[in-house]
Write a protein that binds this ligand. Structure first.
Ligand SMILES: [Zn+2]
Length: 216
């Protein structure tokens, strides 16, 4: 995640992060991350693809991702799992930012196969119109709707550059908004799956494609 415009501040209630056995896993950092639209909070959700965390400030989302330690060998999806908010990094008296609530609603619909094109707001400090990476993310959401795939090459064209497949690959590898920016729908020109999470979670990509086709 870009931290260029982020700074630290010390407000917000710290609450230990617990695992499912109620053991303390970690304490959140003392300094709360803030962008110039306000402080961020991180929310941890149960989903059919395992735990997903999303970070939001009052203005919009900063990221949504799976655990960085998840790999193909321990990916165990459960299509019957309901999307549920399990915990949040800072208590904040139970307050949840509107973009985060919108994202939880969106994810609930996604995993119910009642997907919506009305995606939650992204924070402008993360997604800006003037970068190729942001343009690729936005174009992908328009060019590859639910249940479809698009090649890196065709996405390059859709983003306004005919021969930028490598840059498109970089934009996908650095996608901060999994599912919302559906990089799991981007495949190679020969139809091969292509990598997901730098090749560490290709089974997640395959599962998501199968899920959208109603095959799981
Ligand atoms: Zn922000």
């Amino acid at each position: 995640m870009s931290t260029r415009r982020l700074s630290g501040t010390a407000f917000g209630t710290r609450k230990p992060l617990m695992n499912e056995n109620s053991n303390v896993v970690a304490m959140p950092p003392k300094r709360k991350m803030v962008c110039h639209h306000g402080p961020t909070n991180t929310f941890f959700l149960a989903t059919p693809i395992g735990q997903v965390s999303l970070t939001s400030c009052p203005r919009g989302l900063h990221s949504i991702s799976q655990s960085s330690t998840l790999s193909d060998s321990d990916f165990s999806p459960d299509v019957k799992c309901k999307v549920k908010l399990e915990s949040q990094l800072y208590c904040d008296n139970g307050y949840t930012y509107t973009p985060a609530l919108h994202c939880i609603t969106w994810l609930t619909a996604f995993f119910s196969r009642q997907h919506s094109d009305h995606v939650p707001a992204f924070c402008p400090s993360i997604v800006s119109d003037d970068s190729f990476r942001s343009r690729v993310w936005v174009r992908l959401m328009e060019a590859a709707p639910w249940g479809t795939t698009i090649s890196y090459k065709d996405l390059s064209v859709a983003a306004g550059k005919d021969n930028a497949s490598r840059a498109v690959g970089q934009a996908m590898a650095n996608n901060l908004f999994m599912l919302l920016v559906p990089c799991h729908r981007v495949v190679r020109s020969d139809g091969a799956l292509g990598n997901y999470a730098h090749g560490r979670r290709n089974s997640v990509k395959q599962w998501l494609q199968d899920f959208e086709k109603g095959q799981v």
